[in-house]
Design a protein around this ligand. Structure first.
Ligand SMILES: Cc1ncc(COP(=O)(O)O)c(C=O)c1O
Length: 372
C-alpha cells in the first residue's frame, strides 16, 4: 500500500549553494547580506515599506503586540480556531485575549461575533488568514477605524495570496508571516514581520535589534549604538536567510504546482460534495489563494473521525486541525467552556485536511477521492 504523507517540506535545489556562500562570507549570525536580500525580496514582492525577518511567525506576532504597546487591562479579540501563538503572543504583553467564533463556511474570523465582543477595553483584533484564505479586509479595516482599534494580520499561511489583488500581509499596520517547514515556503523555522505603517518602522527596527539602535548605526545615522527600548533577539541567522532566499526564488513554480493539486482536489471532490458527503472549505470570491491547504468539512464529528481512520488505514495521512483554543486546557483555565463558541467547536470537529505537497501527484488525489 502506497503511503501519502500529509506534508513533505519543500526543497528548491539552491539552498546548499546559498549556504556555501554564507560559509565563504563568514557572516553567520544574522542581519547580514542574505537577511537584507530576503527582506528586499519580500518588500518588493509584497509591495510593503519594511519587512524584518524573524526566527518565527510567533516572534513577529510578539513584536506586533510590543509595538502596539498592548498591556494589562487591554483586550485583544482572536478567533478560537487558530494556532496557539496567535493568542499567546498577545497574552505575553499582559493583555487579555477574548476568543471569538469563526464562520464555518470559510473557517475565517466571524466579524458579527467580533462586534458582539467589543468593549471599551478592546484594543485590537487578530484576523487569521486560515489556509491562505482571507476574510473581508476592507470590512475589517473599516470596522477597526470605526471602533478606534488596531488589527494585526496573522498571515502565517498567507504568503502569495491576495484579497482583491492586494497581497495578504499588507492590510494591517503590522502583519506576521511564517516560514515554518509546514508552510509553502520555509526556512525550517522562520518568519517575518511586515511593517506597513511607516511610523512604526524605526521602533520596529529597534525592538528587532534587541532594543538597540544598531540598525540606525549601520545606516550611518548615528555614530554609536546603545540601548533604546525593551526589545529582544528576534532575527534568524544568515544560514536560515540563505536557505529562505533559495525557496523564495522558486515560489512562483511552487505555487503553480500546488494550485494544480488543489484544483485536482476540487475536481475530484466536487461530485462528493454534490452527493452531500462533504463540503469543500473554499475561499471567499475576492481572495486568490496560495493553495496552502485542502480542507473539507464532514457532516458530523463522527463522520469526520470515521473518514480519517479509513483514510489512515489506507495509507493516507488525512489529519484534523486546531483544537479550538477556548476548549483547550489553557482555554478552560482562562474561564471558557466549549459551549461558549458552539459554531467553532462543531466546525473544528467536522474538519479534515488532506495531504498537499510537491512529492505527490494527481493520481494520489484520485485515489484519495475513491476512498470516500
Ligand atoms: C495561524 C498561525 N499562526 C501562527 C503560527 C506560528 O508560526 P511559527 O511556527 O512560524 O511561529 C502558525 C504556525 O503554524 C499558524 O498556523
Amino acid at each position: 500500500m502506497e503511503e501519502v504523507r500529509f506534508n513533505s517540506p519543500f526543497v528548491s535545489g539552491n539552498e546548499r549553494k546559498y549556504i556555501d556562500e554564507v560559509f565563504a562570507s563568514a557572516h553567520f549570525s544574522g542581519n547580514g547580506p542574505f537577511t537584507k536580500r530576503v527582506q528586499t525580496w519580500l518588500e518588493e514582492f509584497l509591495n510593503a515599506p519594511r519587512v524584518l525577518l524573524t526566527h518565527s511567525c510567533t516572534a513577529g506576532l510578539e513584536m506586533s503586540a510590543m509595538l502596539n504597546e498592548f498591556g494589562p487591562g487591554d483586550e485583544i479579540i482572536v478567533p478560537s480556531f487558530t494556532f496557539v501563538t496567535t493568542a499567546s503572543s498577545m497574552m505575553r504583553s499582559g493583555a487579555k485575549v477574548v476568543f471569538c467564533e469563526v464562520d464555518p463556511e470559510t473557517m475565517l474570523i466571524d466579524m458579527n461575533d467580533v462586534e458582539s465582543k467589543i468593549t471599551n477595553r478592546t484594543k485590537g483584533i487578530v484576523p487569521v488568514h486560515y489556509a491562505g484564505f482571507s476574510p473581508d479586509m476592507e470590512l475589517i479595516s473599516q470596522f477597526c477605524d470605526e471602533h478606534d482599534i488596531t488589527f494585526i494580520e496573522d498571515s502565517a499561511q498567507g504568503l502569495g495570496s491576495t484579497w482583491k489583488g492586494r497581497n495578504l500581509g499588507t492590510f494591517a499596520p503590522l502583519a506576521a508571516i511564517s516560514f515554518h517547514e509546514t508552510k509553502n515556503i520555509h526556512s525550517g523555522l522562520g518568519g517575518c514581520l511586515v511593517v506597513n505603517d511607516e511610523d512604526l518602522i524605526e521602533k520596529a527596527e529597534i525592538v528587532w535589534e534587541r532594543g538597540t539602535n544598531r540598525s540606525a548605526f549601520f545606516k550611518g545615522l548615528v555614530d554609536k549604538y546603545s540601548w533604546q527600548e525593551v526589545g529582544s533577539s528576534f532575527y534568524p541567522s544568515e544560514l536560515q536567510s540563505a536557505f529562505l532566499l533559495a525557496q523564495l526564488e522558486s515560489m512562483e513554480s511552487n505555487l503553480r504546482q500546488r494550485m494544480e493539486l488543489w484544483n485536482e482536489y476540487v475536481r475530484c471532490f466536487t461530485p462528493l460534495e454534490n452527493q452531500g458527503k462533504l463540503r469543500i472549505i473554499r475561499p471567499p470570491a475576492e481572495c486568490n489563494h496560495n493553495a496552502h491547504m485542502f480542507a473539507i468539512c464532514l457532516n458530523s464529528p463522527e463522520e469526520a473521525d470515521q473518514t480519517r481512520l479509513r483514510l489512515n488505514e489506507n495509507g493516507i495521512q488525512a489529519v484534523i486541525h486546531y483544537v479550538p483554543l477556548h476548549t483547550s486546557p489553557m482555554g478552560v483555565k482562562m474561564g471558557y467552556s466549549p459551549e461558549d463558541l458552539p459554531k467553532t467547536n462543531l466546525a473544528a470537529q467536522c474538519l479534515l485536511r488532506m495531504p498537499l505537497h510537491l512529492e505527490m501527484g494527481i493520481n494520489d488525489i484520485q485515489r484519495i477521492a475513491s476512498l470516500f
